[in-house]
Design a protein around this ligand. Structure first.
Ligand code: CUA
Length: 496
């Protein structure tokens, strides 16, 4: 038996090496090429008798064109092989040769079953380009592939139903979770509507990904006796266009809805009432220019009254952020840049404004009461404020002043640094401070009398207590009235 001249075609070096090893010296390997075109480089006298083609290689599609390369080849054989580990599968073998018109006519009349020539070639190329990579219609592998195709359709139906069911459950659970506090402004309704829409989309996308993934992991897992590689895919243009265009459209629609919602939430309302919001490290003050109320530590708002908040940060270089979760909207307060925020309170209740910008050691305590009250209660509060403003500090008893001071301590940021129970914080505790000796950073000592307490509030840098950093803001001389400072001092005096 003459030694066969073998050409190996595969894009995988391991395949080519494997075949060379298998053949050993039982055949002449005339060439081992990555791409079919490279076979053109072979010298004419090294024309192969047999072409071994990697069944998993894209070269599969053109191997039968061999007679175009070697037109005088009479009986060129092509063998399709899969090599996986030590196991080998031969999918098909046939002969190809150059042919003329007469050969085609003979083949049509069925008078030349042997050798398989032009007809085989055309049949195999056509079949391969569609569904069947083997090219032999009676091959059991091909029947198996056909069965698999039908199964995929069933798989898609099952997955679609599962996605629908899991989506419905996920969305129902997400929407029923108490993720948001009550809605206390008309702006909150628009935002919650958008939030719910996004939860629905999130629930669907979550289900789509998780169901596809788990279904594939379970149904297409490797069984015990399976060792072959999976099918090789070279991309799917329609699928790729779909999964690019559909999300693009969804994102564009969401962007449009988001912009429309933002516009609705920030739109000017008829007959707005102005409230000036001043933030400082670490507290809030609210002024009502139309009612003549200045620097209130609490914000009272009448129900259903559109509010325009004009906001600024009293600090030189610290941003704060006004955030009442029940109103949903929030806004930065930036030194030197006046900002504004619109809210129409829609639910009577006591809420809290929290600073939502990490601004320093007192950030967590930078809170103030925000109360939505009836119009009647609001009018009464305005009257009380006016009466209190007229009442001179001298009219109040020390106990009344200490009570007011306690409110200032809570609402103006003092509590962020100074404890009232003896615990050392960012600053010294206020408990037992009054009339006790204080050791200063410059190694002198003073008695904490009224004058010392006042000067420490107004000009904190002047007398730093030993062991503490000079971090107290010098802004209280602007944000607190003289009466309020007296009330604070009275409060400190009461903390024996
Ligand atoms: Cu102000 Cu955080």
């Amino acid at each position: 038996m003459t030694r066969q001249q073998v050409l190996i075609v595969s894009s995988h070096p391991l395949f080519r090496e494997g075949i060379v090893r298998l053949l050993g010296d039982r055949a002449d390997v005339v060439g081992s090429v990555t791409r079919w075109e490279d076979a053109r480089q072979l010298p004419l006298e090294r024309r192969p008798d047999v072409i071994i083609v990697d069944h998993d290689s894209p070269e599969l599609k053109v191997a039968d064109l061999a007679p175009l390369l070697w037109p005088d080849a009479e009986d060129l054989r092509v063998i399709y092989v899969t090599l996986s580990g030590d196991k080998m599968t031969i999918h098909a073998r046939h002969q190809v040769s150059g042919a003329g018109e007469a050969d085609l006519l003979r083949a049509l009349q069925g008078s030349r079953p042997e050798p398989e020539t032009t007809l085989v070639r055309s049949e195999t190329s056509q079949n391969r380009s569609k569904t069947d990579p083997i090219g032999a219609s009676n091959d059991p592998q091909r029947r198996k592939d056909r069965m698999k195709k039908r199964t995929y359709t069933k798989d898609f139906v099952i997955v679609a139903v599962l996605v629908a069911i899991v989506s419905a459950i996920t969305i129902a659970v997400l929407l029923s979770l108490p993720l948001m506090p009550v809605e206390a402004s008309t702006q909150a309704q628009s935002i919650d509507w958008l939030f719910d829409l996004e939860l629905i989309i999130i629930g669907f996308l979550f289900s789509l990904i998780v169901v596809f993934m788990l279904y594939s992991l379970i149904v297409f897992r490797r069984r015990n006796n399976e060792e072959a590689d999976g099918h090789h895919f070279e991309g799917h243009t329609k699928l790729e266009i779909t999964w690019t265009v559909v999300p693009l459209i969804v994102v564009l629609i969401l962007g449009f809805i988001g912009a429309a919602t933002l516009q609705r939430v920030t739109a000017a309302q008829p007959e707005e009432m102005t409230v000036e919001v001043n933030a400082f490290s670490f507290g809030w003050l609210f002024s009502y220019p139309e009612q003549g109320i200045k620097n209130s530590p609490v914000m009272n708002l009448p129900l259903d009254q559109p509010i325009l908040m004009k906001m600024k940060s009293n600090d030189a270089d610290v941003n704060h952020n006004f955030w009442v979760p029940e109103f949903r909207v929030k806004q930065d307060l930036v030194p030197g840049v006046p900002t504004q925020l619109r809210v129409t309170p829609s639910l009577i209740g006591n809420y809290t404004v929290r600073c939502n910008e990490l601004c320093g050691s007192g950030h967590t305590n930078m809170q103030a009461a925000v109360n939505v009250v009836s119009q009647a209660d609001f009018d009464k509060w305005v009257q009380d404020q006016a009466a209190a403003a007229q009442k001179a500090p001298a009219d109040l008893s020390p106990e009344e002043m200490a009570t007011l001071g306690a409110e200032i301590y809570r609402t103006q940021g003092c509590a962020g640094c100074h404890s009232i129970d003896g615990v050392t914080g960012v600053g010294p505790t206020w408990k037992g401070l009054y009339e006790h000796e204080v050791e200063l950073a410059n190694d002198t000592a003073v008695i904490a009398d009224e004058a010392y307490l006042k000067s420490s509030i107004l000009d904190p840098a002047s007398q730093i207590v030993k062991g503490f950093n000079p971090v107290m803001p010098a802004t209280y001389k602007d944000t607190l009235t003289e009466a309020q400072i007296s009330q604070l001092v009275e409060y400190i005096k009461s903390l024996k």
